[in-house]
Design a protein around this ligand. Structure first.
Ligand SMILES: [Zn+2]
Length: 377
């Protein structure tokens, strides 16, 4: 048990890199999502669509894709073979990406009886803080465990959450069992085909260092923290998600007749931008001059790509290169996906930074597909 704990932590810490424009874990392009924003996204989807079951089912399937892919990656690519009696490696990895204090209480392979607990689940705790609920909320976690277990046992496993911190139970509890029926969510098989190592684990380094990286390096140990309660960036709890998760979610929402997914992602981007600017202004209080270039470099540290700022008079041009959302969407053949998430992020954060409402006009036509120029009006 102990040795796995050590090895898994070393694997994770060595494998996580901040490149200055991207966050990369095991060569997979990641986005740092504050827990609060993730919780808001889940609730926003339910409120807007008024279809709680469908949204929870879709979130479950997105978690399942992620659980399946992450597990397959360790087993097949990194040859980390697990002992069926010891799941501590996976529990440690889950903790590392910010999912809380998970433990495998019972895993009975022959009868496919799985019991996983999470006594310190940041998502459920945040949900409880924000919204009053008497229901379980951890569909992403349930899916994550289902995907991992299905890959390990090579059987389709269904996971249900039976207790949840969000509804005042003392812990979250997940039970897995064999499942014969297929999911009713449309488009899973097609998107799963794209969840391959060759497709997702091919991050290419573009720009290694920039000013903010030097700045971060000096304070590195204070800014990025990993402990038993999760993953912290600038003192706030975050989860590391592959960009592919945001694409899979977008894809499944569209495939299951949810209208105006672009608007939902714009709202998601705005919530994300609001959070980032608030946190940035807080951490910039040490007298550093706040300017738009520094802020955009900070966005890069969340894994949002490269930014270059050009000012002429009152007009600001933001040249955004290597937009990871669009790069990943391209890998899933979603060439016409709306870039509304990034527009939401930039609109809300820059409006607050510059203390005026800025309207952004987007131009990607003269550029490569993954790059965009946003001009303020
Ligand atoms: Zn829960």
């Amino acid at each position: 048990m102990k040795i796995w704990k050590l090895i898994s932590r070393l694997v994770a810490i060595k494998a996580l890199k901040f490149y200055g424009n991207r966050v990369v874990l095991l060569n997979t392009s990641m986005i740092l999502i504050p827990i609060e924003v993730f919780v808001e996204l889940h609730q926003e989807l339910i409120d807007t669509t008024k279809n709680e079951k469908l949204i929870n089912d879709i979130i479950y399937e997105v978690g399942k894709l992620q659980g399946y892919f992450g597990t397959a990656l360790y087993i097949d690519k990194y040859k980390i073979n697990i002992d069926y009696n010891d799941f501590s490696f996976y529990m440690e990895q889950a903790r590392f990406v910010g999912l809380g204090n998970l433990s495998a209480e019972n895993v009975d392979v022959s009868n496919i009886d799985i019991l996983i607990e999470n006594k310190d689940n940041p998502f459920a705790k945040e949900y409880k803080n924000k919204y009053n609920t008497n229901k379980v909320v951890d569909y992403f976690y349930s899916g994550l465990i289902a995907g991992a277990a299905s890959e390990i046992f090579k059987k389709n496993i269904l996971v249900k959450e039976t207790k949840c911190l969000a509804k005042n139970d003392p812990k979250c509890e997940f039970r897995g069992e064999l499942c014969e029926t297929k999911s009713s969510i449309k488009g899973i098989e097609q998107i799963k085909e794209k969840y391959t190592y060759n497709n997702l684990c091919k991050f290419k380094l573009t720009k290694k260092y920039n000013k903010i990286e030097d700045f971060l390096k000096k304070k590195y140990k204070d800014l990025v923290k990993i402990d038993d309660t999760g993953f912290y960036f600038l003192d706030k709890k975050h989860v590391l998600f592959p960009w592919a998760v945001t694409i899979a979610l977008y894809n499944l929402l569209e495939n299951n007749s949810i209208s105006k997914v672009d608007e939902l992602y714009y709202k998601f981007g705005r919530n994300y931008g609001d959070f980032l600017i608030a946190n940035y202004l807080k951490f910039s209080k040490d007298g550093r001059h706040i300017n738009i270039t520094d802020f955009c470099n900070y966005l890069s540290y969340y894994g949002l790509g490269d930014f270059e700022i050009k000012k002429t008079g009152t007009e600001i041009k933001i040249i955004h290169k290597n937009n990871p959302f669009l790069i990943e969407a391209g890998k899933f053949n979603m060439k016409n996906i709306s870039n509304s998430f990034m527009l939401g992020v930039l609109y809300s954060s820059l409006s607050r930074l510059l203390k005026k409402n800025i309207l952004l006009k987007e131009d990607g036509v003269k550029f490569r597909m993954n790059d965009r120029i946003y001009t303020s009006k």
